[in-house]
Ligand binder design. Structure first.
Ligand SMILES: [Zn+2]
Length: 281
């Protein structure tokens, strides 16, 4: 009997450990609300302050012209150049990532301005340093985030910078809302996908596991309208403000605010939300 009790005790201990291990990633998740977090007293250019607030491990050179994620490789912060919007899109400097101010409200009229695409200019070297430079390295960090109450589908995103935690909390808030958002998560477009942006040589943010596509039918995408780049017409938005603002709260910008609209697309870019709070308020 004594041996049986010990075995049972051991089994209980093993089960308890397994339970703790299985829930620990959730327990360790302490999400940040980027729309209400205190803005630090500014000591540098807003671009640098926003980056530092969003990603605490970034190092900035003493003269503020370079940044590094590992203390060995340094990336130019660069300037806003006198170049065409296409050039900005093709090879943005880190500063140019902030060229178009991401609107914090739900005024979609800004997107009528050709190339008003806050978030679309991305510096390749910066993203590879901030996240990963290969598919294998990204895959090592992927976490499956479920959407209970919204969808049977799950989203594979990175755990780097707590992206999985931020998404988990955004989905939980949406699921617990009085409004039913489930139709927007029906057959969602997905999340991680190591690929180039269609028609370009640039990596999509889906490559790093930081972007989520909801239901494409309700989201819509500018290329499907047959429009020409820089001359995209009206966007018949179907995504409600409450969904967008909840995602923004946890650091995800929405492609529905872009001239080149991508209404199904959300992307973890808390630095853009923080930057808008610094310069627009
Ligand atoms: Zn997308």
């Amino acid at each position: 009997m004594a041996g049986g009790t010990t075995k049972l005790g051991h089994l209980v201990a093993v089960l308890a450990t397994a339970l703790v291990l299985s829930v620990s990633p959730v327990a360790a998740c302490s999400p940040v609300d980027f729309t209400s977090m205190a803005i630090v007293e500014r000591t540098r250019a807003p671009v640098l302050d926003a980056l530092l607030m969003a990603y605490r491990d970034i190092e900035i050179s003493a003269d503020g012209t370079k940044l590094s994620l590992d203390g060995r490789h340094w990336i130019d912060v660069g300037e806003i150049r006198s170049v065409t919007p296409n050039e900005v899109l093709r090879s943005a400097t880190v500063s140019e990532q902030f060229l178009y101010h991401y609107p914090l409200n739900f005024d979609l009229s800004r997107r009528k301005e050709p190339f008003f695409d806050p978030g679309r200019p991305r510096n390749d070297a910066f993203f590879k340093a901030l996240y990963f430079d290969s598919e294998d390295r990204t895959r090592e960090t992927l976490v499956k985030v479920p959407a209970p109450g919204l969808s049977e589908a799950t989203f594979w995103v990175t755990r780097k910078w707590g992206v999985d935690c931020q998404l988990r909390m955004a989905l939980q808030v949406l699921a617990e809302s009085d409004e039913d958002f489930s139709r927007f998560f029906k057959s969602p477009g997905g999340a991680f996908n190591w690929r180039r942006i269609s028609g370009t040589s640039r990596l999509s943010p889906h490559s790093f596991g930081i972007a989520v596509d909801i239901n494409a039918e309700l989201g819509q995408y500018w290329k499907w309208t047959g429009a020409n780049e820089g001359d995209v017409g009206a966007y018949d938005n179907k995504v409600p403000e409450a969904l967008v603002s909840t995602m923004e709260r946890f650091g995800f910008i929405w492609g529905g605010k872009w001239h080149h609209f991508d209404g199904m697309h959300f992307e973890y870019r808390p630095e853009l939300i923080l930057y808008s709070r610094m310069v627009l308020q």
